[in-house]
Design a protein around this ligand. Sequence first.
Ligand code: TRP
Length: 470
Amino acid sequence: MGTERENWSTRFGFLMAAAGSAVGLGNIWRFPYLAGANGGGAFLLIYLGFVFFIGATVMLAEFTVGRMTQKSAVGAYKSVSRNWTFAGIIGVLSAFLIMGFYPVVGGWATAYIFKSVTGLLSEPSAIPSTFGAFISDPVRPLAWMFLYMLFNIVIVIRGVGKGIETASKVLMPMLILLLFSVAGYGMTLPGAIEGFRFLFVPDFSAVTARTFLAALGQAFFSLSLGMGCMVTYGSYLAKDTKLASSAAIVTTMDTLFAITAGVAIFPALFAFGMEPTEGPGLVFVVVPQIFAQMGFIGPVLSMIFFIALMIVALTSSVSLLEVVVAYLIDEKNWTRRKAVITTSIVMLVFCTLASLSLGIWSDWTIPVLGVGFFDFFDILTDKVFLAIGGMLIAIFTGFRLKKEDLKREITNEGTVPFAIFELWYFLLKYVTPIAIGFVAFFGARAAAQPALMVFGFSFIAVLALFSKKL
Ligand code: TRP
């Protein structure tokens, strides 16, 4: 390798970037609506189980593989065995697919910053219909999405240290303050206790195989796992950064954010007598309604909330863009600029399809699969690719890499202790693949979109068969 690989400049910078990647729309937009639709407390409990037993384990594996190989998603696998290249390719594809809908929602958040202070809140009863009209408009959401994507391009073109790290170091602490104030306010509302009960007292009567698959997919999505994102971030790590504690910190921060988002939304939601099963519009419909009840301060708080939402989205989507960019730089010798611009254009095309699928094309679905583009990108990645990607990285790390090498890498050549190495290794090698296998199999069987599941799994199988040619 000719030139020195770029590194994070400090451990704090890396932690902010990795936590910035993990904490995103997944925590604030997706987690509350999934929890709302899947019964609240029971979903939270299953989700937490997956996060701590499987998520944290896989995250440490991704950091380790990234730093060990000094390669991004595809290269990390390929440098060990060409038979495994497909696993990296699935990761790069997942990045395109997630970026096929993520910036659509990022664009909504950006738009709502301005909507908050331009009269959205003055007519609370119209807030739901305003959201519906906005996202189905053929032009406006696209314009906001382009703007949002532009922010991503600017950050990623500047590279890892100057762009991603600097942005995350400023944006993440800002966000923490913002979210805590909103959650703090929500807690003080009369009737808020009902929301706490919904979120924290599990009711298992609604739990099915689907709930498990949703919780598993959400765990991977929220922690940015299963597609080489944390492998890529790990590849920029200095040799003396502690891997295990970094994985623990990022996992914990991500979980705290999801719970805080839940606390920001559910108590207030119940206090105002709304329903938790609002779906993907939850944040955009419920939160402004909450703020609308607060009088003159409402619009300002609402604006702050959506700034926060856009910020978390941004520090995540840059990591997705970086996965593809790093692949093109590492494996195809592209320049960063060319990689960023080309990749973004493809992603914008996908996003345009996704956005239109919620509006003027909402009656059209992809033949056979039976879903529109937005759902296609979302469901395929979250319920198939990420889970299988997580399973593959666990099998790869557990069975293809040498145990001693892993130990040496995680303990920084024996200089930092990692007391639970054996436990981690066991969770990685056996528990993770088997658990994911079960959940994916039974979850897919019970899924509402069986054709799409079959399509996803077959796609991976075909890719694996032809992997040597990649
Ligand atoms: N974790 C981010 C969120 O919760 C999204 C994200 C960023 C992601 N990078 C990823 C999801 C890699 C899966 C894989 O919003």
